[in-house]
Design a protein around this ligand. Structure first.
Ligand code: FES
Length: 108
């Protein structure tokens, strides 16, 4: 695998009134992750990029971390440092923000 971890942050913007992560919030999260990863010397090891809809729109802003496939929901700018320190560096997902799914793929 090229990167130790690969993070996709939804920056999908839907029409007015529809639940979505939103371009502004998604791009702000991408910028914050990049800033922190660069500051910690992890720029080439962990990649973060914007993505389209991750199909968890009601819980946006959302992101997913691979290779684990861990989904996070309701992520704020203030959560970025914690996700970087606890999950990306220490490999311990931030359980309060993790989205869990049932066998049908619905959020539980
Ligand atoms: S708009 Fe972000 S998950 Fe659908």
């Amino acid at each position: 695998m090229r990167y130790d971890k690969h993070i996709f942050v939804c920056a999908n913007q839907k029409g007015e009134g529809k639940a979505c992560c939103g371009e502004t919030k998604g791009l702000a999260l991408v910028a914050l992750f990049r800033e922190q990863l660069k500051a910690k010397g992890l720029h080439g090891k962990i990649r973060v990029q914007k993505s389209g809809c991750l199909d968890v729109c009601s819980r946006g802003p959302a992101l997913v971390v691979y290779p684990e496939g861990t989904y996070y929901g309701n992520v704020t700018n203030e959560d970025v440092n914690r996700i970087v320190e606890e999950h990306l560096i220490a490999n311990k997902p931030v359980s309060e923000l993790v989205l869990n799914f049932d066998t049908d793929g619905k959020i539980v």
